[in-house]
Design a protein around this ligand. Sequence first.
Ligand code: NAD
Length: 437
Amino acid sequence: MGTKKNIKPAGGKLGVLMPGMGAVATTFIAGVEAVRQGISKPIGSLTQMGTIRLGKRTDDNVPKIKDFIPLADLNDIEFGGWDVFEDNAYEAAMKAGVIEKDLLNQIRGPLEAIKPMTAVFDKQYVKKLDGPNVKKGKNWMELADQVREDIRTFKEKKGCDRLVMVWCGSTEIYLQPSEVHQTVKAFEEGLRNNDPAIAPSMVYAYAALQERVPYANGAPNLSLDTPALVELAREMRVPICGKDFKTGQTLMKTILAPGFKARMLGLDGWFSTNILGNRDGEVLDDPESFKSKEVSKLGVLESILQPKKNPDLYGDLYHKVRINYYPPRRDNKEGWDNIDIFGWLGYPMQIKVDFLCRDSILAAPIVLDLALFLDFAARADMHGIQEWLSFYFKSPQAAPGLYPEHDLFIQSMKLKNTLRWTMGEDLITHLGQEYYD
Ligand SMILES: NC(=O)c1ccc[n+]([C@@H]2O[C@H](COP(=O)([O-])OP(=O)(O)OC[C@H]3O[C@@H](n4cnc5c(N)ncnc54)[C@H](O)[C@@H]3O)[C@@H](O)[C@H]2O)c1
């Protein structure tokens, strides 16, 4: 047994703040409300339904995760956020069309009470979007100060003890870390000088960190995946994680690819195409936003298959990802994968995956888990990048120079071992020699 970390209790209210109150955010809020009212079950959420084995297999000690570590109770969550549209959470959920009207009408009151604060927004960073609910300020720093003020006001008005922030906003255009992202000092100068390499999502992230609010990035844009903001997170002792919720097609990829690799099956090609018709799909129809998503989706296979270490199997892999905006599909995306594999003596085979998924239904429990786990991490004084939460991301943030772990099963083991480690329990290696000694 190790030493249990000193973890503050989870009492009091937890505020979950979301920049971007569209399909994912409102599906998350409505879902939590439905669970609270006993109308639905929190399917897909590890914090609510997951279990964790402790000790030996013969001990039969498998508590629920929420009974093993101190997590905030669903009844103690307050929701808030920002959006460029003025719709309250009920109206936004109706427009998103993910959850049936009957269910939304049963929880209408609490949803209507959630109104978005004015957003930090600039059309230059999300070309296909524009709306009226936007802050004014003479530079990024002034806007960051306004967000900090929003955070403090929300905390006080709702009587929250603690806050977390999860970026559920649209995917911004592709930016690479540049000079201004290297140090906190350079970044703050950039905020004052309105540097174009700073995007709105970075302004929220900066404001959150300054207010010591843990931050998770659900989209593929950089947000706080830069040396400057990682440095700030460490300085402020705030836990952070990102990027890009791992939901439909990439979830499937990180389930299948580790299997092929484990059995030494080769891969010639993996063609992935998607059609979706929600606002996210419309935003991703812009090549610059798509580029952020493409980079995030493409990194996965290379990291799992390690073609340089396995050139005979994966050296010539052709990997292509397409996303097409097709309005009739709304939030119900269809993702097709054609996978060309080869086996013994190089004989080719094909696998076809046709995933008729519901994007926001898959993303909502991830928002919940990230909010609760980040709050737990903060109470355990874990700060900086939380790699154990890479389980939830397409493009996990990792230490500089360290390649991220994409294999869903390694990620799951890492997550559970981190929980055991914080609670001073033995880590599980699956060696199992003791059963045969
Ligand atoms: N649903 C999934 O499966 C999934 C998976 C991975 C990543 N994501 C990402 O999650 C994000 C949200 O997805 P969604 O389906 O809810 O999209 P959405 O278009 O329904 O919602 C995004 C909301 O963000 C708002 N917004 C954009 N810029 C903003 C800003 N600067 N400040 C405040 N609000 C802003 C938009 O007005 C919109 O209401 C997207 O970036 C998407 O790529 C979704």
